[in-house]
Design a protein around this ligand. Sequence first.
Ligand SMILES: [Zn+2]
Length: 56
Amino acid sequence: MATDPDTGGEPEHVGECEECGRVYPVQVDNDGDLRPIGTSGTCVCGSAAFVALSPD
Ligand SMILES: [Zn+2]
């Protein structure tokens, strides 16, 4: 079983950028904010606001 020692937080989710609608795999940080994985923490459009999408 793989573990994720970096966060210890919520497992991976999917989030949508509020500005441009781009969808990223995201992690939930300790403040409850969504952070896109594989970026510096913001969308390519510059927005840092993401809305969690349900798995459905
Ligand atoms: Zn965006």
